[in-house]
Design a protein around this ligand. Structure first.
Ligand code: FE2
Length: 207
């Protein structure tokens, strides 16, 4: 049984190698090392997190990409996006904008490149009639050098910017697969409710 920060690999988990040859150098290097970690029986999410932090430290590579995402609005830029398997996106949320609470049904890592990303992980128990018990399990103000990783079924989180925490974040989000292929859930911790997200439904964008 894998621990909470590791993933037992199976056939589906090994799918979708990125076509690394077409990637810029830092992303190619990252994808190669990630493929090495994924070739083992157990995927160690601490090592995945360290890889993501190392990539996030490459200010020279990310500065021009960040410049292309205006600070005042939500924005993202896909960096690695194969049909299946791990994919990487640079995501920006402006001042005071926090995402909805959601599950992934795949592993995920998040590491800021710039700014402060407030990350909340929730323990969620779903009941009938859309009721849910939600308990805040962890809250962290992530900066560059930090990483949060999640493994299903403990993969319910939300993240974004909290006023007063510091500059708004530009963060790397690494997903183990295309989460839009899966049945997922969206939660409202304040109301104590949940709703199903069918495959293809990204859910509501931001609170
Ligand atoms: Fe997420």
């Amino acid at each position: 049984m894998p621990s909470h920060d590791s993933v037992k690999q199976n056939g589906a988990g090994h799918g979708g190698q990125a076509r690394t040859g077409a990637l810029p150098g830092p992303l190619r290097h990252f994808a190669t090392l990630l493929d090495e970690l994924r070739s083992r029986d157990i995927l160690d999410m601490q090592q995945v997190g360290r890889l993501l932090v190392e990539l996030a430290a490459d200010e020279e590579f990310f500065a021009p990409l960040i410049d292309q995402i205006p600070a005042a609005a939500p924005g993202d830029r896909w960096l690695i996006r194969p049909d299946r398997g791990p994919r990487l996106v640079l995501v920006h949320r402006p001042e005071g904008l926090m995402g909805y609470t959601h599950s992934h049904r795949c592993w995920v890592g998040i590491a800021p490149v710039r700014g402060v990303e407030t990350h909340q992980r929730w323990e969620a128990v779903r009941h009938d009639r859309s009721r849910a018990d939600l308990r805040l399990a962890d809250e962290r103000a992530l900066v560059r050098g930090d990483v949060a990783t999640l493994v299903p079924p403990r993969d319910v989180h939300n993240h974004g910017h909290v006023i007063g925490s510091g500059p708004s974040p530009y963060s790397l989000i690494l997903l183990g697969d295309d989460m839009l292929l899966f049945d997922r859930e969206e939660y409202d911790p304040e109301q104590g409710t949940w709703q199903a997200l069918a495959p293809g439904d990204p859910g509501r964008p931001n609170r």
